[in-house]
Write a protein of this length. Structure first.
Length: 105
């Protein structure tokens, strides 16, 4: 298994899913949804915790929708069977189409 190092600028805010809870050890400027049982000491009120979780999930959903739109083209969903030389060009074209659709809607 290859060990990779993750480098994120400290001024970038990372909005992560609760599955990435260990990323705070690597990047301190990270927010993730609070779970009920583990994070009661941080935020004991349910309404406050739900509002916090909603403030994190709303921007993330916009990003997830864009990723889903790019996967409709199949280049990111399935194994890429063509030559690797043109993969970046094709993926950038698909991202351009998705961006055009988002801006025109």
């Amino acid at each position: 298994m290859f060990k990779t190092t993750l480098t994120i600028l400290s001024k970038i805010m990372v909005l992560a899913d609760s599955g990435y809870r260990g990323i705070q050890k690597v990047h301190a400027n990270t927010k993730y949804p609070l779970k009920h049982k583990e994070d009661v000491a941080k935020m004991p009120d349910d309404k406050e915790r739900n509002a916090y979780n909603r403030s994190i999930s709303s921007p993330r959903m916009k990003i997830e929708h864009v990723i889903g739109r790019t996967k409709r083209f199949g280049i990111a969903r399935e194994r890429y069977r063509n030559g690797r030389r043109r993969f970046g060009l094709r993926y950038n074209l698909i991202c351009g189409i998705v961006n055009y659709q988002n801006n025109s809607a």
